[in-house]
Design a protein around this ligand. Sequence first.
Ligand code: 6CM
Length: 247
Amino acid sequence: AVHTRDQIELPPPAIDNRLTVHPLWPEIDRISTEQIQAAFEGVGGEIGWQLFAEEGDMRMYRREVEVDGMVMDPLKAMHKVRGVSAREMCHYFFNPRYRYEWETTLEQMTIVEEISSDALVFHQTFKRIWPASQRDALFWSHVRASSENTFAVTNHSTTNTEYPANSSACIRLFVTVCLACRSTYPAGEQPTRDNITTSIAYCSTVNPGGWAPAGVLRAVYKREYPKFLKRFTGYVVDQCKDKPLAI
Ligand code: 6CM
């Protein structure tokens, strides 16, 4: 079969062998498995989740959590997007080539290590939010196929001696993010752009790593997370519309 360059770089159907021999593999596997499972658990019956944004099929919930006065609110969002697959959604979230096109809080992204086709380590600096100090983050990112028609990207903070924390003007923040996507289409039909729907569960917990005013931080999250999810999903729909569906 003839593949375009873009198709070859889609998330692989199975874990890349180069990842399973890397020192980070046990941690990447454990955290990814936990995060993907948690992402698909609902917020309905659970106490403490408050809906803070709702638009069309998108719903965003947060739990207010403070540790020593620092905001660590876990966030959970659900969305449904028509016309793209879970694999395509995860491809655009994972692949650094597209990141500046949809990530609006980003100032600079550096690829620190290319572990495998399905795992990378990134250093990112974020736009400064007055009156707090600028933040940076160092995290691994792993994309995988999980169950039937399901793909997920997990990002989790790590360390690297060449990128020490708090050595520049930036304060290092710590992040755990999971974008889990599942596609559905009518039973007995072939999936097409016209009949496919992808359900998204996005979970994020950010530890700001140092002092940041709680009110400012919560206001930033309230504004930026809905903006991110709308912009990102819109971007993927737009990128995919003239390309063959990749399942
Ligand atoms: O998940 C998102 N993006 C991924 C690719 O960049 C990645 C990023 C994680 C970092 C999330 C940190 C958000 C904090 C941004 C604001 C800076 C905080 C300064 C605090 C001072 C008051 O997983 C999308 C992330 C969307 C975030 C709104």
